[in-house]
Design a protein around this ligand. Structure first.
Ligand SMILES: Cc1cc2nc3c(=O)[nH]c(=O)nc-3n(C[C@H](O)[C@H](O)[C@H](O)COP(=O)(O)OP(=O)(O)OC[C@H]3O[C@@H](n4cnc5c(N)ncnc54)[C@H](O)[C@@H]3O)c2cc1C
Length: 365
């Protein structure tokens, strides 16, 4: 997205990627452009700006699969429904385009939801992109003079206004933007105030019906700051497998009909190198209960790691941190100066796919 936003400003870009094709968090995610769960204030503002930018950018890069599908967060008991009701009554509910629906109205919006639930919160502002296609599609939209894509090049050294790749070639420019995600070794060490989080995901064979929206379950109310309302303290404890994996159900139908289902949250390193089946059993059962029909066979399982600012206050590797839209101490992501003309931008956490265009816009601003 930094390349996209640079080209929009007429700046020539050389983009280095260590892999033949990106394999990091940006291709392993749900592709959810998730406005619904964002914290009121600067985080919501950043997500809304990003949502607007995504729509513009996708118009020139239809291969990203952008669709303004919206989402439904479903309540299966009274406590969850109360949280949804409170969220729908907050002053910024209009900005998120929230509407509280009963079970019948939920099914009218998304007829594939044939399972058991009491109601749902419809967020029309949420959208979906195809993460496996988005990066090549964005690059295709940039192809031409002024954009050079160099895959299979690991950046190994940074100096003022320059970076050297592992072949020994130097790349120099007005600005070097280091977006190395959760890769904390090598170039810039471990930036202070960042931690990594590992998530487990799965994707099924194509599902027979079409889901018109993305779907979240009541466990997502525990994790997203938008639902920090009085009723949240009354939520029943999670099932043991879900609590152990810090799981919430998010469900997105891919363009090919498959269902992407997740996720879990692991914070302590070293991370497991293998995936845990208990968490998958829980997530599949949850999805099945909301859809009301058996799920197709799982076709793929994977884990992904993102980096996030930890606790809000971050210290830059050198030269301090710009706190994103928030300013001050409550950074929504990490931006610091590594050398003159060299900026590190990472740590957007679970909102990186959503907020990336707005983060890039702020870098150039
Ligand atoms: C499973 C999962 C689900 C998620 N779901 C969502 C979601 O639905 N919505 C949302 O908003 N966010 C989601 N996120 C978060 C989002 O995906 C991340 O915040 C975002 O993709 C981070 O982007 P990034 O560019 O910082 O990192 P990455 O996408 O990891 O990119 C870093 C890139 O830098 C390359 N690299 C690293 N070191 C070097 C080097 N030395 N030289 C050259 N190249 C290098 C890597 O190969 C990689 O391609 C999810 C994350 C995960 C893991």
């Amino acid at each position: 997205m930094h390349a996209v936003m640079a080209r929009r400003r007429g700046i020539s870009v050389v983009q280095l990627e260590r892999e033949p094709e990106a394999r990091g968090a940006s291709v392993r995610n749900f592709g959810l452009l998730w406005v619904s769960g964002r914290r009121a204030g600067p985080e919501l503002a950043l997500a809304l700006r990003a949502r607007e930018l995504w729509e513009q950018i996708a118009a020139g890069a239809p291969g990203t699969g952008f669709r303004p599908a919206g989402s439904l967060t479903l309540a299966t008991d009274e406590a969850e429904l109360r949280v949804l009701r409170e969220a729908a009554a907050l002053p910024d509910a209009k900005e998120r385009d929230f509407e509280l629906l009963d079970a019948g109205a939920v099914r009218a919006v998304n007829p594939a939801l044939g399972g058991e639930f009491l109601g749902g919160l419809f967020c029309r502002a949420d959208a979906i992109v195809e993460p496996r296609q988005a990066l090549p599609a964005l690059r295709a939209s940039l192809a031409g003079p002024g954009y050079e894509w160099l895959p299979g090049r690991t950046a190994v050294e940074i100096v003022a206004h320059g970076v050297r790749d592992h072949t020994g070639r130097w790349h120099r420019g007005d600005l070097v933007i280091v977006c190395t995600g959760a890769n904390f070794t090598g170039l810039c060490g471990v930036p202070a105030g960042l931690r990594r989080v590992r998530l487990q995901m799965l994707q099924t064979e194509p599902f027979a019906q079409r889901l018109t929206t993305a779907v979240a379950d009541g466990d997502s109310l525990r994790y997203y700051p938008a639902y920090d309302v009085p009723g949240r303290s009354l939520l029943a404890p999670q099932p043991a497998a879900a609590a152990a994996a810090r799981a919430q159900l998010l469900l997105v139908q891919r363009a090919d009909g498959g269902l992407t289902i997740g996720d879990t949250h692991e914070y302590e390193e070293p991370f497991a190198f293998d995936v845990d089946e208990d968490a998958y059993d829980h997530l599949r059962a949850r999805a099945q209960a909301l859809l009301g029909v058996p799920l197709p066979r799982t076709r793929r399982r994977w884990a992904g790691v993102y980096s996030e600012v930890d606790g809000g206050v971050v210290g830059g590797a050198a030269g301090g941190v710009v706190g994103g839209a928030a300013g001050g101490n409550t950074a929504l992501y990490h931006r610091s100066r590594l050398a003159p003309g060299v900026v590190l931008v990472t740590g957007p956490g679970g909102r990186g796919m959503t907020c990336s265009p707005a983060i890039a816009e702020e870098t150039f601003r």
